[in-house]
Design a protein around this ligand. Structure first.
Ligand SMILES: Cc1ncc(COP(=O)(O)O)c(C=O)c1O
Length: 417
């Protein structure tokens, strides 16, 4: 049976209540205990609808895209490109402004490589102190190669970005400002529109790392006024191996490709090549077809559930978690206490206990949290911490999960008493 394009939609209509039923893995036993999955900043679990959409593709219309003149290839192409449109609509972009990549890391590398070609010695690139390594290292490399200067917007004592300092740091030499919309360590939500205006006032581009925000907040690139937005499918219920780079059409048109090869060309001779139009100019080689279809199914799952409902659910859980965690003696939350500018990501330290030990003992209780530097070593050194334990929640988490975490942490403290 061939897949018609509208089957992508039909496959992903969720049964809104109860959400847990949509995520088969949540029934898994870990060390004899029901899994309490609290590592959603690292990756999220997949709803049945996403798994079904990908299985359907492989069982019924697997072929390469953009090449075959035969029916199956046409159907695969249609499903792949339909996925692009679904994702474009989700963030308020146009079809040709959506480039499929492997994930946020690849999207940011694409930008560093392509925008980097135009940088001159002495140009400045501004990041923030709360960036993930994937929004630091590509810029460090380009800065070294092009003799550019890297600057960082500092943190305030409330774990937010210091906008007054940002206004001074961003100046006429600044060409690129690249910041995360939500910190994967602190949970802080940054004022992107304000930063976009500061950057645009000096003709710099504003890049947003949306790895943690796009899965949890309604994100519209027009409202954000950003120039580029990078995010990963696997952090929003989609599969690994697929991510997105949104870019304003005018900017993308003037950028050089990142990778070279099949599909991204218009014409090739023995000596030269010309480039395909957007968005394919940036998609060399066979793309992640089933993964793109899986990501579109994840987007539809989130849309059907409602991004506003996700925000509401996570805000309630955040208030609950902050209150419950504050009852544990010796526990310090590394992040803002204000609900209006933070997401459901809780980094904390426990007096005298290493974060790896916390994670290991919680694992015995079936609770999955992350311990360590969370790919943000500069932030850790700024906070003078070797690492934190991090619990990060998503739409399928409940107050019960928070209770399990609190009980587990008390057990950890008993082991080390
Ligand atoms: C804020 C942030 N940026 C970038 C990334 C990198 O994402 P990926 O590994 O999917 O490329 C992550 C992953 O944790 C992240 O949290």
């Amino acid at each position: 049976m061939a897949m018609k394009t509208n089957e992508i939609e039909n496959k992903s209509v969720p049964t809104i209540v109860p959400v847990e039923e949509d995520f088969p893995i949540l029934k898994t036993l870990i060390n004899g205990k029901k899994l309490v999955y609290l590592d959603n900043s690292a990756t999220t679990q997949k709803p049945k609808q996403v798994i079904a959409a990908m299985t359907h593709f492989y069982e019924h219309c697997n072929a390469n895209v953009h090449r075959g003149i035969y029916t199956l290839s046409r159907q695969a192409t249609e499903a792949y490109e339909k996925s692009r449109q679904i994702i474009a609509d989700f963030i308020g972009a146009s079809f040709d402004e959506i480039i499929f990549t492997k994930g946020t890391t690849e999207s940011l590398n694409l930008l560093a490589s392509s925008l980097g070609k135009k940088l001159q010695p002495g140009d400045e690139i501004v990041l923030s102190e709360m960036e993930h390594h994937s929004n630091i290292v590509p810029w460090q490399q380009i800065a070294k190669e092009k003799k550019c200067i890297l600057k960082y917007i500092p943190l305030t004592a409330e774990y937010t970005l210091d906008l007054e300092k940002a206004k001074k740091i961003i100046n006429s030499k600044t060409k690129i400002v690249s910041v995360t919309q939500m910190s994967n360590v602190l949970g802080t939500i940054n004022p992107i529109t304000e930063l976009a205006r500061i950057a645009h006032a000096v003709d710099a581009v504003l890049i947003v790392d949306g790895a943690q925000s796009v899965p949890h907040l309604p994100v519209n690139v027009q409202e954000l006024e950003c120039d580029f937005l990078a995010f990963s499918g696997h952090k929003m219920g989609g599969p690994t191996g697929i991510g997105v780079l949104y870019g304003k059409r005018k900017l993308l048109e003037n950028m050089e490709p990142f990778l070279y090869g099949g599909d991204m060309i218009r014409e090739v001779s023995f000596d030269n090549a010309s480039w395909n139009e957007l968005p394919w100019k940036f998609e060399a080689g066979t793309p992640s077809i089933a993964q793109a279809i899986g990501l579109a199914a994840a987007v539809q799952y989130l849309q059907n559930y409602g991004m506003d409902k996700i925000v509401e659910h996570e805000k309630k859980l955040t208030a609950y978690a902050l209150q419950k965690l504050s009852t544990i003696p010796g526990l310090k939350i590394i992040g803002s206490a204000h609900l209006d500018n933070r997401g459901a990501i809780f980094s904390f330290t426990l007096d005298g206990i290493h974060s790896h030990d916390v994670s290991e003992i919680l694992d015995r209780e079936g609770i999955a949290v992350r311990g360590g530097h969370h790919c943000a070593m500069p932030l850790m050194s700024r906070l003078q911490l070797p690492g934190t334990t991090r619990a990060s929640l998503y739409l399928y988490n409940t107050e019960k999960d928070v209770d399990a975490l609190v009980t587990g942490l008390k057990k950890v403290q008993k082991v080390f008493a």
